[in-house]
Design a protein around this ligand. Structure first.
Ligand SMILES: Cc1cc2nc3c(=O)[nH]c(=O)nc-3n(C[C@H](O)[C@H](O)[C@H](O)COP(=O)(O)OP(=O)(O)OC[C@H]3O[C@@H](n4cnc5c(N)ncnc54)[C@H](O)[C@@H]3O)c2cc1C
Length: 402
């Protein structure tokens, strides 16, 4: 009996996991508009390359916004399954700081990608490069454009894994939003996530401190709080203490309720401990760096955002060390953000990641409107959605061809 056909559009991590899960029993075709697979995966690998994160249960689910469908998917396929899957492919992993999971030392991102590709090729998965999904025909079948031709793709099942909207050089350019909107599927405009923020630094501060860091600090926005570090940039701030707060900052900027973050420059000292340092001493502002063990950058930032009368009073200065208010003027543009929120509304899919209006068509990965911080949670969300879609396709195929 011939195998059922599966057409996958896109070749990022979500597409590749789905293809791997189904390649034994399906005739799988991958349509990729670029000349290679997984370009954003390779970009991710140039930085921290957190493949997943060992956070469990609520500590895991709470990382995801719009999280009901994603939460159910994470219950079926989480960090443990991701690590086993990678191990079976010959990619052992280890747990680093903050629960982040990395490939074992010496394993390069390109090797991870190659291992997956080799497995797919060994099962005769067909890769069609320079094949761009451009819309749907009258019968709502996907249409693909190559350099020389345009044709309709006929398959038993379809998976769309076309990515979000950042780093368009990697292929994810959101051109696909319109064809889905035309079908009457609800789409949400893309917005930047896991991105830097703009701060209107004075010229002299920028010149002196861009490129320097604030380490071992705690940042808060609304009710969200994160420890980590920040980098001062020409335009504002970047860093792992900031990215998880972006959803709060984004909604704050929209309503103008919150357009600031608070930095605790001394999270390991209580207010009382810091005040105790000032007792019985005449501390001059010149000695702040020494008395409170502050870097030049931390000191310059406190000075920048503190009225003189508060700065010259050591007691009031302590208050500022514990909660330095930094005004945020905007999020950085989508193009340079690590990920995006927006895309196809989760209200359009069921728990299997199939479109409610077309149960043979599945949407996975960053195309969907969910958000999570870096640290392995983004890739895990992509893998979990891909796994659930693949399991359901297997079941659907079995029920139609018992
Ligand atoms: C700088 C950077 C660092 C990152 N670091 C991490 C990290 O450490 N940990 C983590 O968890 N996540 C990280 N991420 C995020 C992670 O890489 C993405 O969330 C993930 O790649 C999304 O996977 P995806 O399969 O949904 O889409 P993508 O990886 O974006 O793949 C989509 C694919 O679809 C193709 N495509 C698009 N449109 C079409 C079309 N019309 N027709 C055919 N093909 C099309 C694209 O060419 C692309 O190959 C990082 C991202 C960036 C940019």
């Amino acid at each position: 009996m011939p195998k059922p056909n599966l057409a996958i559009f896109g070749s990022g991590p979500a597409a590749l996991l789905a293809a791997e899960q189904l390649c034994k029993h399906f005739d799988v075709h991958i349509y990729e508009k670029g000349k290679t697979i997984g370009r954003k995966f390779l970009v991710a690998g140039k930085g921290g390359f957190n493949l997943t994160n060992v956070a469990k249960d609520e500590a895991l689910y709470s990382q995801y916004t719009n999280n009901n469908i994603i939460k159910e998917a994470l219950k079926q396929f989480n960090c443990t399954q991701t690590r086993s899957w990678l191990k079976e492919l010959g990619i052992p992993t280890y747990v680093g700081s903050s629960g982040r999971v990395f490939p074992e030392k010496d394993i390069k991102p390109a090797q991870v990608l190659q291992q997956i590709k080799d497995k797919l090729i060994s099962h005769e998965v067909r890769f069609h490069y320079f094949h761009e999904f451009v819309g749907f025909d009258d019968k709502q079948q996907p249409v693909v454009q190559t350099e020389s031709t345009r044709f309709t793709v006929n398959a038993d099942f379809y998976i769309f894994a076309l990515g979000g909207a950042s780093w368009s050089v990697t292929g994810s350019n959101k051109d696909w939003l319109q064809p889905f909107a035309k079908l009457g599927i609800k789409t949400i405009p893309f917005e930047a996530s896991n991105c830097g923020v703009d701060v209107l630094w004075p010229e002299n501060f920028k010149n002196n401190y861009a490129g320097t860091y604030l380490k071992n600090i705690q940042v808060s926005a609304g009710l969200k709080v994160r420890r980590g570090e920040l980098t001062i940039t020409e335009y504002g701030l970047e860093g792992n203490a900031l990215y998880p707060l972006i959803p709060s900052i984004r909604s704050g900027l929209k309503t103008a309720r919150l357009n600031e973050i608070h930095i605790d420059l001394k999270p390991n000292n209580t207010h009382h401990q810091l005040i105790a340092k000032t007792k019985g001493k005449k501390i001059s502002t010149k000695n702040y760096a020494y008395e409170f063990n502050l870097t030049k950058t931390a000191l310059a930032m406190t000075k920048l955002f503190t009225p003189k009368e508060n700065y010259i009073s050591p007691e009031r200065f302590v208050e500022i060390l514990k909660s330095l208010v930094i005004p945020i003027s905007a999020l950085r543009p989508i193009e340079e953000s690590i990920s995006t929120v927006g895309g196809i509304s989760l209200s359009e899919i069921n728990n299997s990641f199939a479109l409610k209006q077309n149960p043979n068509t599945f949407i996975i990965g960053e195309m969907l409107d969910w958000d999570a911080p870096t640290g392995g949670f983004l890739l895990q969300g992509c893998f979990s959605s891909a796994y659930v879609a693949a399991s359901n396709i297997r079941q659907l195929a079995a029920s139609t061809n018992p």
